[in-house]
Every structure is written in C-alpha cells, then in structure tokens.
Design a protein around this ligand. Structure first.
Ligand code: BG6
Length: 503
C-alpha cells in the first residue's frame, strides 16, 4: 500500500493517549513498513524535553503497550522520525516555531506533504489550539499546492449537542468538513469494519435482517478495567458520553443501516446518519422505564469508582448503563434493541447478538426439548469472530435436540494478529479517506439521542450509588430490564471462538 508523505503533529505529545495508543500504532506501522518514506512525528507539549529524552519516555510506555514487544532495529528507525516541540498553546508565538519547522521540512524534502494535527489534549484546550493554528496559518496546509491540513479530534466530540455545535462553530472558518477526522476508534477495529462486508457480501444474511425474522438485538460493551487514571475526564463524561454516544451507536448504525450506494465515505456516512436518525429517543420521562444506570463499588480488593484518583467522594457519575430502544423505520419497527456498557464488569467482552424469532416447531412436539432461537453473534473483541447458533439433533437414540455453534474465528481463518484500530485510522488520515470517521451529522444525531437520556437522569432523584460490585455484571436492574421482555443478556452466556490456534 502506498501512503502519502505526512507529518503528524500531536498536541498532547506527553499524554496518555499518545503513549498508550498513538505511538504504539505508529511504531507498528513502521514495523510493517507502512509508513511513507517521508514521515515525521512532532510531539507538542509543555514539559521540558529534548528529542532524545522525549523518545526515551515514549520507549518506556511503548514497552508496556506494544502488542508485539519492541524490536530494537524498528525502534531505532522509528525514533529517528520523532521530534519534540515544547510549546504553551496559550502563547501567541509558540506555534510560529512549528510553522518554521514544517516550512523547512517542505524545502528539505521538496514535496508537499500532509500536515496532520492530532488533538490529544483535553477539550478545554481545543479553542486555544484552533486559534493558534489559524493565527499561524497552519490550517492551510503545505505552501506549494492545494493540500489542506487535516485535523484529528478524539471522541467524544463535545459533551452534548450544544457543545458539539459550539465546537463546530469554532472549527468553521478554520477547517472544512473534508479536513476534519473525528476519531471513533471502534470504526477502525477489523471486526467492526467487517459488519458491512458480512452483511452485504454474503447473500444469505441480508434477507433475514429485518423485523419479519429478528426478535431483538443486543449490543454489550463490558470492560473489566476501571477508569485507569482518567478520573478527571470520566467525572465529566460518564459511560453514556464516553462509549454509548459513539462506539455503541456506531455499531448499531452499521448493523441496521440500508446498503450504501457505494463503498465510499459519502455513501456509508450518509446511510449511517439515516440509521441514527431512525433510533427511537428515550424521552426524559421514560428513563425510569427504559434505562438503568450504575456505578461500581469496591470489591475483590479493587477500588470503587468513588475511591479512584480525581473522582469526587460522592460522585454520581455513571460507570454503567443499560437501555432499551428500537429503530423507527419499516425494516426494524417493533424490534427491541438493548444496549449495555460498563466498567469493572466480570470480563472484557464487546459483542452484538441478533436473536431470531421462533416460528413454532410443530415437528418436534415429541422431542424431550424444543428448539431454541437462532442467534447471530458478532464477537467484536476479544476472541474475535462471528457465530451462528443452530439447533441439531443430539446423536443417540433419544429424540433430543442440542444447540450447536457454527463459527468463523479470526485466529483460525487468518492466523495473523489483527492490526490495532488506530493503525488503520492513522493510515486513512494520511491517505485522506474519511470512510471510517463519523460525519458531523452522525455525531449530532447521536447527541440528540443521548441528551434526552441525560435530561431525564438529571430530573430523577439522586441515584443510590455505588450499586454494583466491581467484578460483577452490573446492577440487577439491568437484568430485570431485559428479563421483563423474556430475554437475558447473552454476552454473559455465550462463548465465541474459545478454541485458540497457534499462529
Ligand atoms: C475509549 C473509552 O473510547 O474506549 C475508554 O474512552 C474505554 O473509557 C475504551 O476504556 C475501550 O476501548 P477498547 O478498544 O479497549 O474496547
């Protein structure tokens, strides 16, 4: 694959995201020889570092976060491409140095490269960075020809519809939509990218993905970790803003959207937007009925949320949510959709299961048991794969049935490690492909859905937090929410792709 010459300027070059995700992703791209010949990373932050001491720091965390260890040769090659710039974004002149660095590189390389600005800083810094970029004409891109700079902004984009719109206003006049890459790293995951291929590349599934055949859909994002040193961010966000507004609604859009006209950014983003628009709002006065929120308490020698660093001792921030909604269009009307996400749950699993309707099985009346509903599960992580639960005759002389699973597992089908989401997404930015980056219309639509819930919660009486133990599956009310409809959370029960193959 040919990747365009690029310089990636990371604001927040010493922060957690840079250390845990961005540098490991770029390192792996170097290791796979995917970085372009002309490539540089410039870490920008306030701390005092030389290029050398900056790289030394990066190496420490790379050793911790790399998915395949650190190869000395590769690191040497990669670290030669990394430099550091000390800058205080508030200072009017601080980015003029950056301008000069980029212009000099352009002369040295004699090419027009992509200037990519990654905002790995807290959202409160965004306006200052935008202003500095504009003041120094850094939004214009390379001097020689029309290759406008690109800006990467991490999710959540805003903290509600109003702030998302404010952010858009601040960006207007500096960056156009074509220059803005809103990162939702779930879209870069192989298993999430595969949803569209699986649906539209296999003729056998699409005809049954609708309300005639589907009983309900469940999407679960369970994490076993807590807030991992991001207490300050989490206090402002909570799980609804942190992962439902983006990751979960994007996955839901991908499984319910209609077939796009083409496999390109414009068509896919348009259909995702249409799908998001059709999600039924949970009105503020319905939150009691259709949502459950929770917060983890201490258990099994793990701290409770309220004991985490930078978290208020009486915090009411939710670390867990379960909700029920549906899609208001002719394809999906009447199909319940259950979403669940939480931290410090029993185990890490992100999956989506489509449960099909049972149509009555006359034939098996004399059997000792009845066929159970078919399931189609997308196991997004870990043990990535897709499984179809079928019913088979249990071998033997009795009239007995048994559930069996037909699985496609990444580890046996491909036998090579999956690239990390950020690796794919960073390559796409360098190549100017916005397919895997949500359009502002999608982001705003997702906020409309989330804002109604937040409004409803703000009117509820104070939650009785903590209300679930660290290491459990969340508050019992979340089970009751789904059990009231005669179902149960399947991510707890299903085990997909458990047989491990050696690569
Ligand atoms: C991030 C959230 O977007 O996704 C984190 O901010 C969460 O709170 C993380 O832990 C989970 O990502 P993954 O790829 O491990 O599912």
């Amino acid at each position: 694959m040919k990747v365009s010459p690029s310089v990636m300027i990371i604001f927040g070059g010493t922060g957690n995201l840079t250390n845990s995700r961005l540098i490991p992703a770029l390192y792996h791209l170097e290791s796979a020889n995917l970085l372009p010949k002309n490539f540089k990373v410039i870490g920008v932050a306030r701390k005092e570092f030389t290029d050398k001491s900056y790289c030394d720091e990066l190496l420490i965390s790379l050793k911790k976060y790399s998915r395949s260890g650190v190869d000395e040769e590769v690191w040497k090659r990669f670290s030669e491409k990394v430099t550091y710039l000390r800058a205080n974004f508030d200072d009017k002149d601080s980015l003029s140095d950056l301008s000069a660095i980029l212009d000099n590189l352009e002369k040295e390389w004699s090419i027009c490269f992509n200037r990519i600005f990654y905002l790995a800083v807290a959202p409160s810094f965004f306006p200052v960075v935008f202003d500095s970029l504009k003041r120094n004409k850094l939004n214009e891109g390379c001097a020689k020809d029309a290759n406008p700079a690109r800006i990467i902004i991490e999710k959540p984009f805003g903290r509600d519809l109003k702030t998302a719109k404010n952010l858009t206003t601040k960006l207007a006049g500096i960056f156009k939509e074509e220059q803005i890459y809103r990162i939702d790293h779930y879209l870069g995951k192989e298993t999430v990218q595969n949803i569209l291929t699986f649906r539209f590349g296999n003729e056998i599934f699409e005809p049954i993905l609708n309300n005639k055949f589907v009983d309900h859909i469940q999407i679960t994002m369970a994490e076993d970790v807590g807030v991992e040193g991001r207490g300050e961010f989490y206090e402002e966000a909570g799980v609804l803003r942190d992962v439902v507004q983006n990751h979960l609604l994007q996955v839901l859009a991908l499984i319910t959207m209609v077939e796009p006209e083409a496999f390109d950014a414009k068509s896919i983003r348009k259909e995702k937007y249409e799908a998001l628009k059709a999600i039924r709002f949970i009105e503020p006065n319905e939150v009691d009925k259709f949502t459950v929120r929770g917060q983890y308490g201490p258990a099994k020698s793990k701290k409770g949320y309220r004991e985490e660093d930078e978290v208020h001792k009486d915090s009411n921030t939710e670390t867990f949510v379960a909700l029920k909604t549906s899609i208001d269009n002719s394809t999906w009307k009447g199909v319940p959709i259950y979403l669940k996400a939480g931290k410090r749950l029993e185990k890490k699993v992100t999956s989506m299961t489509i449960q099909f309707k049972e149509t009555g099985h006359r034939l098996f009346e004399k059997f000792s048991n009845k066929p159970e509903a078919n399931l189609l599960t997308f196991q997004l992580q870990p043990d990535e794969g897709v499984a179809v639960r079928l019913v088979a005759k249990k071998p033997g002389f009795e009239k007995e049935l048994q559930n069996v699973d037909m699985e496609f597992c990444y580890n046996s089908a491909f036998r090579e490690p999956l690239p990390e989401a950020y690796e794919r997404l960073l390559i796409d930015v360098m190549n100017g492909d916005q397919t895997l980056f949500p359009h502002i219309d999608e982001v705003e639509e997702s906020w409309r859905f989330v804002d109604k819930i937040l409004e409803g919660w703000s009117k509820q009486s104070k939650p009785q937090f903590p209300n679930y133990d660290s290491g459990s599956w969340g508050p019992k009310e979340a089970d009751e929410l789904i059990e009231a409809d005669g179902h149960s959370w399947l991510a707890h029960q299903l085990s997909v792709c458990q047989i491990h193959f050696r690569n």
